[in-house]
Design a binder for this molecule. Structure first.
Ligand code: CA
Length: 243
C-alpha cells in the first residue's frame, strides 16, 4: 500500500509553476490537487479536504486573500493554509495571517523550502491522530485558553486563532511574565530552520494583538529580546505598537 505524506491543494494560476509544484509534491509522496482559479479551489477543498493549501494571492475570479477567508469559514476540519506569493508587502502577509493562513513563502521560492514548510505545518497537527493533552484551562481574565479544545476566549467570546498564533499564545500564557526570545518562540511553532528570523514571530504577534483589540497590551514587547504575557497590563485605548 502506498503511504501518502498528506493531501496538498495547489492554487496557482501560472501553469508552468503549477505543474512544477504538482510534479515535485507528488514525487515527495503527497496526494496533490490543483487549481488555477479561486472559486474552483474552494470547491476542490470542500470535496477533497486537503491537509494543506498552497495559496497564490493574485488569482483570477477571486483574490487569494478572499479564498483564504472562505477556506477558514468553510473548513471546520482544520486545513493549513500556506500563502505563496510574489507580494512581499507586509500588509498582504499580515492580512493573510489575520485571515487564518498558517505561514507564507515569498516568490521566488525553492521547492525544498516549500516541502519543508508543508512538513512543518503538518507536524503541528499530525493528520489522523488525536493529540491528547491533559485537559487544562489557562485563565488570565479576560483571556482564557483551553489546551483540550484549543479554544481561546476573550471576554467570554471565542476568538479565531491560526495554529501558529495559538501555539505562541499558549507558550506565552503558560508562564506569565517570563520573556521568551524569538528563537524560543520559533521553536515552539516548529520553525527552527536557519533561514527564518524573528521577523516571522513579529508578524504573528502583530496579528494576535490585532485580534486582542484594546487588550493588545497583554502581549508585551521586551525590546530587543522578545515577548512576554502580562496578565494585568495597564489598559491601552488602542492596540499597542507591534515591536
Ligand atoms: Ca498568480
Amino acid at each position: 500500500m502506498v503511504m501518502t505524506a498528506g493531501k496538498v491543494l495547489v492554487v496557482e494560476d501560472e501553469p508552468d509553476l503549477r505543474e512544477i509544484l504538482i510534479y515535485n509534491l507528488k514525487r515527495e509522496g503527497f496526494t496533490v490537487y490543483a487549481s488555477g482559479d479561486g472559486w474552483e479551489s474552494l470547491l476542490i477543498a470542500q470535496r477533497e479536504k486537503p491537509d494543506v493549501v498552497l495559496l497564490d494571492l493574485m488569482l483570477p475570479t477571486m483574490d487569494g486573500l478572499e479564498v483564504c477567508r472562505k477556506l477558514r469559514a468553510q473548513a471546520s476540519y482544520g486545513v493549513h493554509v500556506i500563502i505563496v506569493s510574489a507580494r512581499k508587502q507586509e500588509e498582504d502577509i499580515l492580512r493573510g495571517l489575520e485571515l487564518g493562513a498558517d505561514d507564507y513563502v515569498g516568490k521566488p521560492f525553492s521547492l525544498k523550502e516549500i516541502v519543508a514548510r508543508i512538513r512543518t505545518v503538518l507536524r503541528r497537527v499530525p493528520a489522523g491522530t488525536t493529540h491528547r493533552n491533559p485537559d487544562e484551562i489557562i485563565s488570565h481574565p479576560p483571556l482564557s485558553l483551553s489546551t483540550a479544545s484549543h479554544e481561546v476566549h476573550l471576554e467570554k467570546i471565542p476568538i479565531q486563532l491560526t495554529a501558529t498564533e495559538y501555539r505562541l499564545l499558549h507558550l506565552l500564557m503558560s508562564q506569565p511574565g517570563r520573556i521568551f526570545n524569538r528563537q524560543q518562540m520559533l521553536a515552539q511553532v516548529g520553525e527552527q530552520r536557519a533561514h527564518l528570523t524573528g521577523r516571522n514571530i513579529d508578524v504573528h504577534v502583530r496579528a494576535l494583538r490585532r485580534k486582542f483589540g484594546h487588550h493588545a497590551a497583554m502581549i508585551d514587547t521586551a525590546r530587543g529580546v522578545g515577548y512576554r504575557f502580562v496578565p494585568n497590563p495597564i489598559e491601552s485605548p488602542s492596540p499597542a505598537p507591534a515591536c
